[in-house]
Design a protein around this ligand. Structure first.
Ligand SMILES: Nc1nc2c(c(=O)[nH]1)N[C@@H](CN(C=O)c1ccc(C(=O)N[C@@H](CCC(=O)O)C(=O)O)cc1)CN2
Length: 295
């Protein structure tokens, strides 16, 4: 391996410490703690792990955590009703509905019901539009974490050729907007992109968010590129336990890249740290305070 391994756990721990300091300052000014409400529908084991991590991180940062565990038989109307009550609750600065939702619930209707100023996931169309037009927005946590790691590596992204593989509303599109905002030259590639390996070979920065295990091979990577792997895919192993791999063939790409995020331990931990950051930012905006600095 020649590439630097980008340590997402360390970056996330450092960010969470800065958030905790910001929370203490907010409590002194506002006389209350920022509050995050999490909603989990059903018993999906991975979602339950992520929600537990989010609620633990919220408490460790000194914020209030309000968790709502709902059965997967709940109707869409009941879930929308809960979101409405959280929208109206002054102690709640951020609302996070864990995805995926069961099939009988329309996730976009739920997201569009969240009050945009409390949308700490940054998924509401209002926030997507504000990000696209360069206005202050709540920005999705995973791309924000990726951007932080890229800036830590490169300083400036101005003029860099960046390829984002994947065009989801949650990662690919906001990632591209953030890179554009940093004056990178951005290509969004996807399943219909022709000659994808050649497109990726031109990139100084590669963000892989396709959800296909080890799809991006080492010989797609330009020597010296920075590779950010958003994929978290569980693949079978002989012992039956399975193991996590990203969307990038790590060992191959690490022979060529300048720096690369591992899976696990790369983008994932930053997603949760950025949720803490977004909740603190939402609390400031709702209290009429300037955004906290240094986050
Ligand atoms: N409402 C939301 N739902 C979902 C989001 C989201 O940002 N908002 N993202 C993903 C899941 N997710 C957070 O919710 C998430 C996924 C993975 C990790 C993480 O730290 N992964 C570890 C590995 C974990 C493991 O061993 O399984 C890592 O990469 O090191 C954090 C958050 C979908 N839903």
């Amino acid at each position: 391996m020649t590439a630097r391994r980008i340590d997402g756990k360390a970056a996330a721990a450092a960010l969470r410490e800065r958030v905790a300091a910001g929370v203490a300052a907010f409590r002194a000014k506002a006389g209350r703690a920022p509050g995050l409400a999490t909603v989990l529908v059903g018993e999906d084991p991975a979602s339950a792990v992520y929600i537990r991590s989010k609620n633990r991180a919220t408490a460790e940062a000194g914020m209030e955590s309000f968790h709502h565990q709902l059965p997967d038989t709940i109707s869409e109307a009941e879930l929308l009703d809960l979101v409405g009550r959280l929208n109206a609750d002054p102690a709640v600065d951020g609302i996070l509905v864990q995805l995926p939702l069961p099939g009988h619930i329309d996730a976009s209707r739920v997201i569009e019901t969240i009050e945009p100023s409390k949308d700490v996931d940054g998924f509401h169309a209002m926030n997507a539009g504000r990000l696209a037009t360069g206005l202050p927005a709540m920005v999705p946590c995973t791309p924000l974490g990726c951007l932080q790691m890229l800036k830590d590596e490169l300083g400036s992204l101005s003029g860099a050729n960046a390829v984002v593989i994947g065009r989801s509303n949650i990662v690919g599109k906001p990632m591209a907007q953030l890179l554009l905002g940093e004056s990178a030259t951005v290509t969004i590639a996807h399943s219909r992109t022709r000659d994808l390996p050649d497109v990726v070979r031109r990139a100084d920065v590669v963000v892989a968010a396709v959800g296909r295990p080890e799809m991006v091979r080492g010989d797609w990577i330009k020597p010296g590129a920075i590779v950010i792997d958003v994929g978290i895919n569980r693949v079978p192993t002989d012992d039956g336990k399975g193991r996590l791999v990203g969307d990038v063939a790590f060992d191959e790409a690490a022979e060529v890249a300048a720096a690369i995020t591992p899976v696990p331990g790369g983008v994932g931990p930053m997603t949760i740290a950025m949720l803490m950051r977004n909740t603190l930012v939402a609390a400031h905006r709702r209290a009429g305070l300037n955004d906290p600095e240094g986050l």
